[in-house]
Design a binder for this molecule. Structure first.
Ligand code: ZN
Ligand code: ZN
Length: 116
């Protein structure tokens, strides 16, 4: 029978159970606590967020109003994800993402205004 390993991160707690198959227990490389704090670190802040851009609830292209924030994506007009100046960023719905990927879109002048 395999001994329960010690967490590789904190070297203190027992590793968390990953899954049990055919009566054999498989462990994660870290304990519950460390696993949780690692998960928290994971979602890296997108650059546009650092630049102070706030994703809108409404699509800048078609006016679609999202029910969930995940329906709207932040689009970089010049395609450069590092260029997070506000005039390079648009909030567009996932439908429009498919459109702008395939054909160039002329952004209306009114869209160039930054709103918070
Ligand atoms: Zn740990
Ligand atoms: Zn749209």
């Amino acid at each position: 029978m395999m001994q329960r390993p010690i967490c590789k991160v904190c070297n203190q707690n027992h590793s968390a159970v990953n899954y049990i198959r055919k009566g054999k227990t498989y462990y994660r490389s870290m304990c519950d606590g460390c696993g949780r704090s690692q998960n928290k670190l994971k979602p890296r802040k997108p650059l546009w967020q650092k630049g102070g851009y706030k994703k809108k609830a409404t699509c800048d292209l078609c006016g679609f109003k999202g029910v969930f924030v995940s329906q709207i994506a932040v689009f970089h007009i010049d395609g450069n994800l590092e260029n997070y100046i506000l005039s390079n960023l648009r909030s567009i719905c996932l439908n429009c993402v498919e459109v702008v990927k395939r054909k160039p879109v002329k952004w209306e002048r009114g869209d160039l205004e930054v709103d918070y």
